[in-house]
Design a protein around this ligand. Structure first.
Ligand SMILES: [Zn+2]
Length: 401
């Protein structure tokens, strides 16, 4: 009898525990393009320099997330994925060939997590620091067998009905007619250039928030963190502002999903550029702070996942010269921003000075880190495949994948 009572008690405890467990309804997926374990370590080593302790590891916004795992990134046809296949795996939960955006090797169109969640009633936001039709953001709304078909991918944005898009601009909007702007406007999107226009239009429904156009900068991307410091242009917007804007537009009782990409970590790593790598990683971390603030207000039903589509460059602190890392990565430091921007100091010499080594100028086949906090975060512990990540997010939200 006593045993039966104990079993009943245990069963009831278990039932009530699972019954009480809240599902995630506010979800942030941050993707550091090319942000492997090395990028995080080099940046944390630099951050340790910004306080008095020097030796040790500093903290990014996600460094103390309670759950950490690692994801394999190989694609359907390459051990080293590109951002198209890496983004598609994180979005559609399937391996595709490099260069493909959510099209299977057999030619089938795959369904991204964003469409599944939108159908289930969640609002959707997609943000990146590069053009909105670039491989990673494209994988969350577009379908194309070639990532370079920017006009076609940009045009597909209009048909999604997703509530928020933020980034640099479209990449090739006028390659054919109707152009990407006309298509988006016909579908009911307000297009805002810069924060004033966004403030005026964010209550209009579906909004696209782009960096204000100017002639002194590549118009289809946000300026890098170091560019912003050098330009001191008050019109420059950041990934942090895009995430804040996404929350403004999307926040509603049913919930939302935001994918935000720190896109240019990858470009710095391709160039073996320590200062760029560190500054772009910090830039994405600043955007994650916004999600963390939101999480603190809704801790029971917010989930934040931080990962990468692939590793780039294989940086490591070989023999880190701590004071040099600070001097090099700090905008006002020895490698001052003007010299850095003019390319006067060469990346390989700078890396040697800082004691940072690189294994490649391209993507590597390394696993990438996965950090998680909040509702359902425990599922992101240990080793996993990149295709598991959108499936786990849906499971945390109670939505069938
Ligand atoms: Zn790359």
């Amino acid at each position: 009898m006593k045993r039966i009572v104990t079993i009943l008690f245990l069963a009831m405890t278990l039932l009530s525990a699972t019954g009480c467990k809240q599902k995630a309804k506010y979800v942030f997926l941050f993707i550091g393009d090319g942000m492997g374990f090395g990028a995080v370590s080099v940046t944390e080593t630099y951050l340790a320099q910004t306080d008095s302790t020097a030796i040790g590891m500093g903290k990014l916004a996600f460094s103390d997330f309670p759950v950490m795992g690692a994801a394999a990134t190989f694609s359907a046809n390459r051990q080293r994925t590109d951002s198209a296949a890496g983004g598609s795996a994180l979005s559609a939960g399937e391996k595709v060939n490099n260069d493909s955006i959510c099209i299977s090797p057999e030619g089938d169109t795959l369904t991204s997590i964003t469409y599944k969640l939108h159908d289930a009633g969640y609002k959707i936001g997609i943000a990146a620091t590069v053009c909105i039709d670039h491989a990673t953001p494209a994988a969350f709304f577009g379908r194309n067998c070639a990532r370079g078909n920017y006009y076609e991918i940009g045009s597909q944005l209009a048909d999604t009905g997703f509530e928020f898009f933020g980034g640099g601009d479209f990449n090739r909007p006028y390659q054919a007619q109707p152009d990407c702007f006309a298509k988006a406007q016909d579908a009911g999107y307000s297009i805002a250039y810069g924060r004033e226009e966004f403030a005026a239009k964010k209550g209009d429904g579906k909004v696209i928030f782009f960096q204000k156009r100017d002639t002194t900068h590549a118009t289809n991307q946000l300026p890098t963190r170091l560019e912003r410091i050098q330009r001191a242009n008050p019109d420059d917007i950041t990934l942090k502002e895009l995430v804040t804007g996404a929350i403004d537009v999307l926040d509603n009782p049913k919930g939302f999903f935001v994918m935000a990409e720190g896109s240019m970590i990858d470009w710095a790593a391709h160039s073996n550029d320590v200062a760029g790598l560190v500054n772009e990683t910090i830039d994405m971390s600043d955007a994650i702070e916004v999600a963390l603030e939101f999480y603190k207000k809704h801790p029971k039903n917010t989930l934040i996942v931080v990962t990468a589509d692939h590793e780039t460059g294989g940086p490591a602190c070989n023999k880190p010269t701590l004071s040099k890392i600070r001097a090099i990565c700090e905008p006002a430091g020895e490698t001052n921003v003007d010299n850095y921007m003019s390319g006067e100091q060469n990346n390989s010499d700078i890396s040697k000075m800082a004691g940072i080594g690189w294994t490649a100028g391209s993507h590597t086949a390394d696993r990438v880190p996965v950090y998680a906090i909040g509702a359902g975060s425990e599922m992101f512990s240990g080793e996993m495949d990149n295709t598991d990540i959108p499936r786990k997010i849906c499971e945390a939200m109670g939505v069938e994948f």
